[in-house]
Design a protein. Structure first.
Length: 232
């Protein structure tokens, strides 16, 4: 895959505690086959020819990362993450700004180990069509319902233009760092990089990605991720 000019720095928010998983360790360190979820995710990013650096944001008390073989990879750097995912991403972006502010950030959840190079290539390849940046996403397939506080259906939501936002999310480092830091300073709820860009008036592109690029969140996601990994 040739990416012509752009330098790409991957950012991996990996400072979460995995509370919804309810495991005895942060979910990114749970085993998936022969290695941990985070190790799989790092392997995909470190092996991509267009990614020149990988910055992983870690929990301040992380005791696991240094045991990963990937921790010694020459392309890998680590920073201390923050209280929320967006804070961890911003900490990594601040570091990326000191490396190459003209590069692009490819932000990918540690908890999405099933990512494939074909999807990274699609996203990078969308740069000409979406110079403002873009995200991998999956069109909604099911009928979508909105509920009230009692779990009763209030209405059916038109699904034709609804997407599941995935990662990686791909933006110019300077613009993303600026907009994310401004949005967080304004106490805006930011759950992905695109929402910070949207808050600043940008309309990111949507690039259709594989539905097996799941985020391991709940216990039953582990078996699904293992199945998808076995087919990659
Ligand atoms: N303060 C945080 C919170 C989350 N993350 C990372 O952001 C990704 C997506 O977040 P999520 O799936 O919510 O992970 P957790 O926050 O660990 O899960 P939970 O919400 O169940 O605690 C994960 O790779 C997680 O490690 C992070 O870097 N810093
Ligand atoms: C970034 C993300 O994976 C896109 O769907 C999602 O917003 C992360 O949410 P989480 O609650 O931090 O897992």
């Amino acid at each position: 895959m040739q990416n012509n000019s752009q330098s790409i720095i991957a950012i991996v928010p990996a400072a979460g505690i995995g509370s919804r998983m309810g495991a005895d360790k942060p979910k990114q360190y749970l085993m998936l086959g022969q290695q941990s979820i985070l190790a799989h995710t790092l392997d995909v990013l470190l092996s991509h020819e267009c990614i020149v650096q990988v910055i992983v944001a870690l929990h301040p008390q992380d005791q696991y990362f240094k045991q990963l073989p990937q921790a010694k990879h020459p392309k890998l750097m680590q920073v201390i993450g923050g209280g929320e995912r967006a804070d961890s991403v911003l900490a990594a972006l601040d570091h990326a700004m000191s490396i190459n502010p003209c590069a692009w950030a490819l932000v990918h959840d540690a908890a999405r180990p099933c990512l494939r190079h074909e999807d990274i290539n699609k996203l990078i390849g969308s740069l000409k069509q979406y110079p403002q940046g873009a995200i991998l996403a999956a069109p909604v397939r099911d009928t979508m319902k909105r509920s009230d506080a009692n779990g009763l259906i209030t209405n059916t939501v038109e699904r034709a233009l609804l997407w599941h936002a995935l990662t990686p999310q791909f933006f110019p480092i300077v613009a993303l760092q600026h907009n994310l830091s401004k949005a967080l300073a304004a106490n805006v709820s930011i759950t992905d990089e695109a929402s910070a860009m949207e808050w600043a008036g940008v309309m990111p592109g949507l690039v259709s990605g594989r539905v097996d690029n799941i985020k391991v969140t709940h216990p039953d996601d582990l078996q699904l991720a293992a199945l998808f990994m076995s087919q990659s």
